[in-house]
Design a protein around this ligand. Sequence first.
Ligand SMILES: Cc1cc2nc3c(=O)[nH]c(=O)nc-3n(C[C@H](O)[C@H](O)[C@H](O)COP(=O)(O)OP(=O)(O)OC[C@H]3O[C@@H](n4cnc5c(N)ncnc54)[C@H](O)[C@@H]3O)c2cc1C
Length: 508
Amino acid sequence: MSYAHKYDVVIVGSGLGGLLCGAILAKENLRVCILEKNEQIGGALQTFREGGQTHDTGIHYIGGLDKGQNLYQIFHYLGLMDRLELTRLDSDGFDNILFAGDDQVYPHGMGWDSFVERLSALFPAERDALLKYKEAVLKACGAFALYSLSPEEQYDDMELLALSAEEMIASITADAKLRAVLAGSNMLYAGVAGLTPWYTHALIINHYVESSWRCTKGGDQIARLLAREIKAHGGEIHTKTEVIAIHQEEAKAIYAETSTGEKIYADRFISNVHPAVTLDMIDGSALRPIYKERIKNLPNSVSAFVINAVMKAETTLYQNKNYYFFADDKVWDTTTSDERWPRTYGLFEAVPRHGTHLEALSIMTYMEWSEVEKWSNTEHTTLHEVSRGADYEAFKKEKGGLLLARVAERFPDLVKNIESWSASTPLTWRDYIASPGGSIYGIAKDYHDPLRTMISPNTKIRNLYMTGQNIKLHGVLGVALTALVTCSSILGRDYLIAKIKQANEASA
Ligand SMILES: Cc1cc2nc3c(=O)[nH]c(=O)nc-3n(C[C@H](O)[C@H](O)[C@H](O)COP(=O)(O)OP(=O)(O)OC[C@H]3O[C@@H](n4cnc5c(N)ncnc54)[C@H](O)[C@@H]3O)c2cc1C
C-alpha cells in the first residue's frame, strides 16, 4: 500500500459520513485519504449478491430528493443527482401501516396535502388533528436552521428538543388508532416510548413525506458516486485497511496506525466510526477519563434481524411501496426480544432489475444484542470468513421462521413465493460497521437530556473531528447534515452553505 508523505485530511471509515466529508473536502482541494477496514466501501450502504440478486443492507428508501429539497441540494452540489438512478415510491402511500386483526391499510401519502387527505378519508373526524400534526412537524423542522440549509446557528429551541415523540402525537389526537398510524413508521428511528424525542420523529418523517425514493440499483450507488467524486478531486480510498490507533502529541493527532503497522500522517483527522470505538483508538492522556466514560456510557439504539429474500420468478408484482406491520396498537413498545417477538416488521421491496415482478425484498425487525451475545467472540465479514457454528445457523433459521410466519399472517402468497432467504443479525452489524452491540442507528437520542446525546464533531484533540450517524442524526439525510456540521468545523459554515446554494442556483 502506498501513501503520501502527509495528507491534509485522513478519514477513518468509508461509511456515508466519511465519504461525504471526503467528497466535500476534496472538492475544496484538500488532499483526502479514506481508510476503510472492509473490502467494500459504504458501511451501511453496502450491498451483497445472493441467489442471483443484489440485496441492500442498510438503505431501503431515502427522502428529500425532489429538486430543491434538502438532500437533493447536498447531493446536487456533490455531483450525484445526474447519475443516481432513483425510483419514486407510490405517491398515494409510500409507507403503509398495518395492524394484526385489522384489514385496513393506512397509507402515508407523499406531500403534506396528500398525507392529510389520505388519512382524513379514513379518519374523517380527525382532519383538524391531522392538520395540527402537519403544522407541528413543520414547526419542529423550521427550528433547525441546517435542515433547510440555512447558515444560521441551530438548537436554540430547548423546549422543542425536550418534547417526547409519543406524548406529542398523543397531545394532537385522542384517537388511539390514528396515534398508532402517525407513529407507524417509527422503525425509521427505532422509536421507543419514554426516550425518542419529537424532533427526531419530525425531521425524519417530514423529509420522507416531502418525497420518498428507492435507489433503483441499490444503495451502494451512492457510495460509488461519492468515491468517484473523491478520486476525481485527487482523493484516495484504501479498503482492507483497519485503523487501530490515532496517535497524538500534546493534544494534536499526528498519524493513524493500521493493523499492518503502517503510519498515515495528516494535518487533520475525521473519524466516521462510533465515538466509543474512536476514543479507544486514541492513545495518551489527551482526553479526560470523565469525557471518555460519558461517551462510552451513552445508550445505543437497538439492533436488527433482517431477512433478505429472493422471490420465485414472475410470481409477485412489484408494488413500489413499503409496509410496516404491528401485532397490536402499542407501536412505541416493539424493540424488546421477548416471547412476543417479532411484534413488528418493515417490508421493503427492491426495485426489479427486469420487468414488473418482484425479484428481491428485505424484511426487517428489531433484535436485542442479548439474543446473539453467546457468539460475540466470533467475527465474520467477507475478509474474515469464519463460521460462527451450526448452533448460530440454527438460531437464524428459527428466528427467520418466526418472522416469516408473522409476515404470512398478512401476506401468505408473498411468503409462499419466496425462493430462498438469508438473515443478518446484530453480529452482522457489529462486524460490518463496528457499531457496539450491532446498534443500527448508533447513539440513541433521549428527550429527557437532549444535549447529552448530541455529540460535538469537535474533540479535545484539536485536529480530530467526528462524523456519521452517532454525532447528530442517522439515516441518509441525518448523516448528510452531520457531514455538513463536521466539514463546517474545518471550512466554516457560511462558506460551505454558500457553496451548496451557489451550485444549486447555477443549475436552477
Ligand atoms: C438495517 C438498517 C436499515 C436502514 N435503513 C435505512 C433507510 O432505509 N434509509 C435511511 O436513510 N437510512 C437507513 N439506515 C441508516 C443508515 O444506513 C445509516 O444511518 C448510515 O448509513 C450510517 O452512516 P455512517 O456514516 O454513520 O457510517 P457507517 O455505515 O456506520 O459506517 C462506518 C464505516 O467505518 C468503517 N470502520 C469501522 N471501524 C473502522 C476501523 N477501525 N478502521 C477503518 N474503518 C473502520 C466501517 O467498516 C464502515 O464502513 C438503516 C440502517 C440499518 C442498519
